[in-house]
Design a protein around this ligand. Structure first.
Ligand SMILES: Cc1cc2nc3c(=O)[nH]c(=O)nc-3n(C[C@H](O)[C@H](O)[C@H](O)COP(=O)(O)OP(=O)(O)OC[C@H]3O[C@@H](n4cnc5c(N)ncnc54)[C@H](O)[C@@H]3O)c2cc1C
Length: 385
């Protein structure tokens, strides 16, 4: 009978990072189960790849700082590129309230030890992003170590290193059941048969709620569609530009290939497994985009190159990590609410710590525990991009 010390359900960037970090801590009897024939077909392959430490909560700042430092050493440690480009994130404020919000966050970020973040006045913003319509800009904030990674490459790097160290990856294998006895989980039923194991990790991304249900656990993670629109080659904006976020509308963009990648979180989007790209979104994103970045008027987009994917939202927009108290051996690494790529190194490390030692010195993992929902101990992160 097939068995493993740790069974990970989901071979995206999160499951891969957990597998790698387990091996790094000496645990090599690990199976990663992925239902698709190739990895990355979930949210990982759809991501914008943004990485930032400019968050509002101490725990998000901590996870980002650890992860960004990890990305900066990734190529050396993994022997595989992460595609990390430290081009920064520029938040642009057009109201006193947004400026005050950035000031408060800045204090939290500096208190957390972040040295590369700066508050900006309107002239600084114009220097960093001269292409923007400047007339109503009051200021902003910029962190030079924020930037982008290549999510698919990061996932592949984690996987290859984990496999080199003995981890088994089963593709084209659907987990259809989670078995338990009085002591806790005993293994998983799959489309290729039963796999025995006393530790099972849910790393199923936007499908985490369905996987948790297989174990009788009611996990509040909802899929929410997000859409991205790449432009055709376009040189009116520097390819060294940071990710620029217009806080007034939520429109944001970054360089991608020879053009730009455009994003906007449509507040009218409703939860559900909607994976199709809605062509009506192009007009919505371009309207906001041209308003802040007038030269976009001259850019061309090809609807066939645009795509949609799923965020995995929790009620407080923070991940759920760690054990489920009522079901020993069942661990969660879910609900990244659109930040799962940037937080994948920290997540892998925290999960490996919790599985092997019951605690992590990277963060106070209790804060992210499953129990917080029933206990009403929610966290609050206002800016989900
Ligand atoms: C448009 C878009 C833009 C984004 N931009 C960013 C960004 O800029 N920065 C950032 O940090 N994050 C971003 N994200 C979010 C990020 O992509 C996710 O948080 C991250 O990829 C989650 O990784 P994961 O491994 O948990 O999930 P996934 O990559 O979805 O992997 C989960 C895997 O589990 C598998 N699975 C599910 N159920 C089963 C089962 N029963 N049996 C076996 N396998 C199963 C799935 O096939 C899937 O491969 C973005 C997401 C989208 C959609």
């Amino acid at each position: 009978m097939n068995s493993a010390d740790v069974i990970i359900i989901g071979g995206g960037i999160v499951g891969s990072s957990i597998a790698y970090h387990l091996t790094d801590a000496g645990c090599r009897d690990v199976i990663v189960i992925e239902r698709e024939t190739a990895q990355g077909k979930g949210s990982t392959g759809k991501s914008m790849g943004g990485v930032r430490a400019q968050f509002a909560t101490a725990i998000n700042i901590r996870m980002s700082m650890h992860s960004i430092s990890f990305f900066s050493r990734f190529d050396e440690v993994m022997g595989h590129p992460s595609g990390y480009r430290a081009q920064g994130y520029l938040f642009v404020a057009t109201t006193p309230a947004h400026l005050e919000y950035l000031r408060q966050n800045y204090r939290h970020q500096v208190d957390g030890g972040l040295k590369t973040v700066h508050l900006l006045d309107a002239q600084d913003v114009a220097r960093i992003a001269p292409e923007l319509r400047q007339d109503d800009i009051l200021g902003g904030s910029f962190c030079s170590t924020d930037g982008f990674v290549d999510p698919h490459s990061v996932m592949t790097g984690f996987t290859l290193k984990a496999i080199e160290r003995g981890v088994r990856l089963m593709r084209d294998t659907d987990v259809t059941g989670i078995k338990k006895d009085a002591q806790g989980v005993t293994g998983v039923e799959t489309s290729r048969g039963f796999i025995a194991g006393r530790t099972v990790v849910n790393a199923a991304g936007a499908w985490a709620g369905n996987v948790a249900r297989l174990a009788g656990v009611d996990l509040p993670v909802e899929p929410l569609r997000r859409m991205l629109v790449p432009t055709e080659p376009f040189d009116k904006v520097s390819h060294q530009s940071p990710m620029v976020v217009d806080m007034g509308t939520g429109f944001h963009y970054r360089p991608e290939g020879l053009g730009l990648l455009l994003a906007w979180n449509d507040p009218e989007e409703t939860p559900g497994f909607k994976m199709n790209f809605d062509r009506g979104f192009i007009k919505k994103v371009l309207t906001r985009g041209v308003d802040r970045l007038p030269c976009l008027e001259e850019a061309e987009v090809n609807p066939k190159r645009a795509w949609a994917g799923l965020y995995e939202m929790t009620p407080d927009h923070h991940p759920v990590m760690g054990p489920v108290r009522d079901l020993p051996g069942f661990f969660l690494a879910n609900g990244f609410s659109g930040h799962g790529v940037m937080h994948s190194p920290a997540t892998g490390r925290i999960l490996a710590d919790l599985i092997l030692h019951g605690r992590s010195d990277l963060v106070d993992a209790e804060l992210l525990g499953f129990d917080r929902f029933a206990a009403g101990r929610l966290l609050h992160e206002p800016v989900v991009l």
